[in-house]
Design a protein. Structure first.
Lengths: 336, 263
């Protein structure tokens, strides 16, 4: 078991290193741009997954965190001339703090009400970005954000930026992996499935929801800063309700509550979205059709579905039988 | 003599607990004292307020009136997780387990209070972190062994029978290292043979120095293992005492058999 795990980890580490290394050789500028935006979206999708997948708290305002991260970066970098990296730290801390503040009232809410509250948060942030012209520049946005240097390597070159973004993505994955496979992650999964069980297990449910909101906010803020650094120009329309909804769709389609699901969802949706540009006006119709089909056929998500199929394919016949009977047993007694 | 008095120390008391739902007093002025090393039964007909009373004790329901005292600490509005921290753990009549987790993980959830939750330890996977996790896992395995379900540790909850689920739930409660364990109808839906096994298990738990508050419909079982019984009817305490006293009590007979029965 431990040996298999070690091999698994080494394989993933190898994939990470090759991914970062390989990104330096991507020649097509258009593809490069799509890939960088996809990686940033993947980080965002993971931040949504913390709330939606692991903690079971619906978040329809993730674009709010994304936008705050980008704007903190933009404002500190252009108005206060702080270097990129210091602005980045502030952006993460500030979005984490906003996550905390948002969490204070919303941790008491559940289901639809939480959805409405987080959606309200996203709309408010968008409204502020649009209307607080003296600080945010209003609809004109902020221009001239510095693209960072990473130890004297200018990330202005798309390849280097992609490498950096991929490395950040892997760090975020590792971070989430470590937290999810710890008592904190256990508490999250527990309160997602049953809050009363969490209560009697001695878990302070509100505290753990707050931690999830803070972490999710911080990671989304990081993605926002990356976005600002890459685009060098930000404006409010990127951070609207559509963005939040498409993020949550990505996560649910890929498979919420898993690490690979959101990544897979992002990869598929980003590239499908680009490919559909060939169909001009029909694009959104086909996109919608694909989403509906996916959700109907694979409601659990793409990654969990294929994982189950592949694992099932490799299990012995004897075990298969026991799994089948276990499943039918479950149906009999589960309705409590 | 002194040793005797030490053994029967009151570790929890409930004073004038009342709960009102609209115009109805679900529980009214109930007092109770739980001593160390005791199985304290709570019985009563349907709708007597047993479950509400238990919810108050475990902090899931705020009393309209009255307060609890656990080892000399007064609690007026108890948060459920605080009650667990104070050494009070409970099971539920309809078993509450986490269907997506394995049996072992379900028990491990109960060890939350003792787990290493320091972010630095978690991110660096320090030796301290790995040790506490290992100790917790071993403890969970021990409890599963005590419950006789260690063979199913890696299974999902969905494959377990009702009795096994009850055992997992009790193991999870014990994982919080309680001084008082509240069992809400642990024998509901079980056959007589399984009921006897659960009764045995309750006595084992008691022998480990944990007081048990037992709510049960099975009168024979509750009378056989309780040291002291509280009887509720319409939210009020109608009797309290040893099992033999209870069976002779006029009020109890009336509540259970109805009318002016002379048993």
């Amino acid at each position: 078991m431990t040996r298999a795990r070690k091999i698994y980890f080494l394989a993933i580490a190898a994939i990470c290193i090759f991914g970062v290394y390989g990104s330096l050789y991507l020649q097509n500028l258009y593809l490069l741009r799509v890939a960088i935006l996809a990686v940033i979206t993947a980080i965002l999708a993971l931040s949504v997954d913390i709330l939606v997948g692991y903690t079971g708290q619906i978040s329809l305002g993730q674009a709010g965190f994304f936008g705050i991260g980008a704007y903190v970066m933009g404002i500190l970098n252009t108005n206060f001339h702080l270097p990129f990296w210091i602005s980045l730290v502030f952006a993460i801390l500030f979005t984490g703090f906003v996550g905390f503040v948002l969490g204070l009232p919303t941790t008491k809410l559940k289901g639809h009400f939480l959805g409405i509250a987080t959606m309200g948060f996203g709309v408010i942030v968008n409204g502020v970005l649009n209307n607080w012209t003296s600080v945010t520049g209003g609809p004109n946005g902020i221009r001239g954000i510095e693209t960072p240097y990473f130890f004297s390597i200018s990330l202005e070159y798309g390849n280097y930026f992609l490498g950096f973004a991929l490395a950040s993505l892997f760090v975020v994955i590792l971070l989430i992996f470590l937290i999810v496979h710890s008592p904190i992650g256990r508490a999250w999964r527990c309160l997602r499935q049953d809050e009363i069980t969490a209560y009697v297990a001695g878990i302070n449910v509100y505290k753990y929801k707050l931690i999830a909101f803070m972490l999710s906010g911080g990671i989304a803020g990081y993605a926002g800063s990356l976005f600002a650094g890459y685009m060098t120009f930000i404006s409010p329309e990127t951070f609207d309700l559509n963005q939040s909804i498409s993020l949550i769709t990505t996560v649910i389609m890929g498979g919420s509550g898993t690490l690979l699901g959101p990544l897979l969802g992002t990869a598929i949706l980003s590239f499908v979205n680009e490919w559909l540009r060939n169909f001009s006006e029909l694009r959104l119709v086909i996109y919608g059709f694909i989403l509906v089909t996916m959700i109907t056929l694979l409601p659990e998500g793409i990654y969990p579905f294929f994982k189950r199929k592949i694992l099932f394919f490799f299990t012995s016949k004897k075990k298969k039988r026991s799994i089948e009977t276990e499943g039918s047993n479950g149906k009999d007694v589960v309705n409590e | 003599m002194e040793r005797m008095s030490l053994m029967n120390k009151v570790i929890m008391s409930a004073s004038n607990i009342s709960v009102r739902f609209g115009g109805l007093w679900a529980v009214k002025d109930v007092n109770m004292e739980v001593e160390t090393n005791q199985v304290h039964g709570v019985m009563g007909p349907n709708g007597a307020g047993k479950s509400t009373f238990l919810n108050v004790l475990s902090g899931l329901q705020q009393p309209s009136n009255g307060y609890l005292k656990i080892s000399n600490q007064k609690i007026v509005k108890g948060k459920p997780w605080k009650m667990t921290e104070l050494g009070l753990s409970r099971s539920f009549q309809t078993v509450r387990l986490l269907p997506e987790m394995s049996v072992l993980e379900n028990v491990l959830v109960g060890g939350h209070l003792y787990a290493s939750k320091n972010p630095l330890n978690i991110l660096l996977r320090t030796k301290k972190y790995r040790n506490t996790e290992k100790v917790l896992t071993e403890k969970a395995c021990d409890l599963l062994r005590m419950m006789g379900i260690e063979a199913k540790a890696d299974q999902k909850i969905t494959g377990l029978s009702l009795q096994e689920r009850r055992r997992v739930e009790i193991a999870r409660s014990l994982m919080t290292e309680p001084r008082i364990l509240l069992l809400d109808e642990p024998c509901a839906g079980l056959n007589p043979h399984e009921t006897d096994k659960i009764a045995q298990m309750i006595l084992t738990i008691k022998s480990r120095g944990i007081s048990v508050i037992l709510v049960e419909h099975n009168v024979r079982m509750i009378l056989s293992i309780s040291d002291k019984i509280l009887v509720l009817d319409h939210g009020r305490k109608i009797a309290e005492g040893s099992p033999t006293d209870i069976t002779k009590d006029e009020g109890v007979i009336k509540a259970y058999l109805g009318g002016a029965a002379h048993a």
